[in-house]
Write a protein that binds this ligand. Structure first.
Ligand SMILES: CC(C)(COP(=O)(O)OP(=O)(O)OC[C@H]1O[C@@H](n2cnc3c(N)ncnc32)[C@H](O)[C@@H]1OP(=O)(O)O)[C@@H](O)C(=O)NCCC(=O)NCCS
Length: 207
């Protein structure tokens, strides 16, 4: 599997130049172990609420070394992490990042997480990142991406549902699953149409 995915990884672009719907040119790329400062800056600049919703941590603006290792040291086919940034922006250029970890128990499934900087939410960044990781995961033979969200995170719940994830309650969190091979499950919501459009746009360069 690893050798096959090393070959697949070599086929996946290291940089995608795309536009947000408001016309802003942005770049998407995988994060690497050299991006520790970038990720630490992004973590610090998140609102406490967004930091809690993604990292489940209430206190502190400094990301720990263990979390940085976990985010940046993994490799395909077990792990992928991509960011979207605006190369023209002064200061911190990142708009958001998303990752997946393949399940140790079920190689057909991976856990998906995403965070978008507060001021950039509602611009289609999470949907763009989902489409990229969807295609990377699909190439690696993953069939399902699973997202875990706190029940009070209504924005994430709505976004997951509106992009076609099937939700259930596991007694503690909301669990949402996107079935990567079933494009018919993507609904005709604005976010669903956005996702379907991104998948159509990026499939020719990613698959
Ligand atoms: C949940 C979260 C990831 C969504 O990110 P986002 O970048 O705002 O998501 P998108 O912009 O792709 O889509 C969100 C909404 O904006 C809308 N939208 C996207 N682009 C738009 C545009 N150009 N104009 C108007 N609306 C737009 C989408 O239709 C969608 O609406 P809906 O949810 O009502 O269907 C973000 O709020 C976040 O990072 N929250 C904190 C961390 C978190 O909760 N992560 C999830 C758990 S892992």
């Amino acid at each position: 599997m690893r050798r096959r995915c090393a070959w697949i990884a070599a086929m996946i672009p290291e940089r995608l130049d795309v536009h947000l719907h408001d016309g802003t040119p942005v770049v998407a790329r995988p994060l690497t172990p050299a991006d520790r400062d970038y990720v630490a800056d992004g973590y610090r600049l998140l609102s406490p609420e967004a930091r809690y919703q993604r990292f489940w941590v209430r206190q502190g603006e400094i990301i720990g070394d263990a979390m940085l290792d976990r985010l940046l040291s993994g490799r395909l086919p077990e792990h992928a992490i991509w960011t979207v940034f605006d190369p023209t922006r002064e200061g911190f250029p990142g708009l958001g990042a998303a990752s997946f970890w393949r399940s140790e128990n079920d190689p057909l499934e991976a856990e998906f997480s995403v965070t978008v900087m507060d001021a950039d939410q509602g611009r289609g960044v999470a949907t763009l990142l989902l489409s990229i990781l969807w295609l990377v995961a699909f190439r690696c033979g993953i069939e399902t991406l699973t997202g875990y969200t706190m029940p009070e995170n209504s924005r994430a719940l709505r976004w997951m549902r509106d992009t076609g994830a099937a939700g259930e309650w596991d007694g503690y969190n909301a669990v949402f699953r996107w079935t990567l091979g079933d494009l018919n499950a993507i609904p005709a919501t604005p976010a669903g149409a956005d996702l379907a459009g991104r998948l159509a746009e990026l499939s020719p360069v990613m698959l």
